[in-house]
Design a protein around this ligand. Sequence first.
Ligand SMILES: [Zn+2]
Length: 373
Amino acid sequence: MAKIGGQDLYETYQWARAVAWRYHLDQFEAEALLSILATLDKGRREVMREFQARYAGANLSDWQEARLEALLYEMEDLTAGVRSELTQQYTTMSVTVAAPSITETVGALSVAGLARGVNNVALSPAQLRTFFQETPMGGRLIQEWVDRSFAYSVQGQIRQAINVGVLRGEGYPGLVRRVEDGFGMARQDAVTLCRTFVSSANNQARDMVYRQNADVVRGWKWMTAGDNRVCPICLALHGREFKLGEGPDTPIHPRCRCIRLPKTITWRELGIPMDEMKQELDRWVIRGRRDYDGEILVRGVHEGGKDKTLRVGRYATADDWFSDLSTSEKQSTSLGPGRVKLLEDGRVSMKDLVGPDYQPRTLKQLEALADAR
Ligand SMILES: [Zn+2]
């Protein structure tokens, strides 16, 4: 393997962080989608209830063309509530993605603060919300995407039936079936819109940071998800470089998972100390919540959610890391007081914590090992 120089290392670091962040967003997206589908399903039940109240048993064969057309407008009316709720949810989701994406992009660009001149983007959640309400994505606003989805699915199904003249013959049962089918299509759209909006919010956030740092970011580079599901358009664009404010939209198509990577001035010009940059790859993090007397409370993995980052350090080995921890930080590890004491006294080191069979040594075994030395 070729020796990795400073610039390559910096770019590899950007790439690796972007991949890790994208993975994190995938998890978020899966949760967001559940709540969006729940809204849609609740909306469908409400619409069907109201629908039933208005039309149950209607004899459509008697209806004039004008009345059938009016049915379409009423349908638009009936879905107004669920459309507005979905628009709100997508907008909130975009803000929820963009805010941490901005922080992540600043962190990556500056290599966790090693490059001093990197500016943050100071936008409040309210400002971000306005941004996502007013900025078109793929030529349309979030609200327009949602309205369009319903126009094609729920109303589209009825319109089609009116146009080919089957609705009168099918009567009320046919009408109900078409509305149900329409909601099924809207559900498919919701999956696509959710993915596309998450990707868009992530890339918009990245772009905001790049523009805010136009003195160090020269442009951006197209990076695909790098797997066998990448479409031909994006395969052709992978690795291609563009100036800031130029190039195609990301996402370029629904469900596109591509990411904008920064093209910067050199790491030397950025003022990144290379030794520390290399150490940044050995980062150790203390997570948790400090209580009133300074103790660090850590949530178990099974408890869900994620603890706040309290401190980031750079160490080549687990022993180096441990020796730099404060008393409360040591207490917040999974070691327990007995092992902490043995390590502090230098009687054992991290590698001693497991035996030759890679099973954890008990305190008793550790003490015996230390005594035998
Ligand atoms: Zn793509």
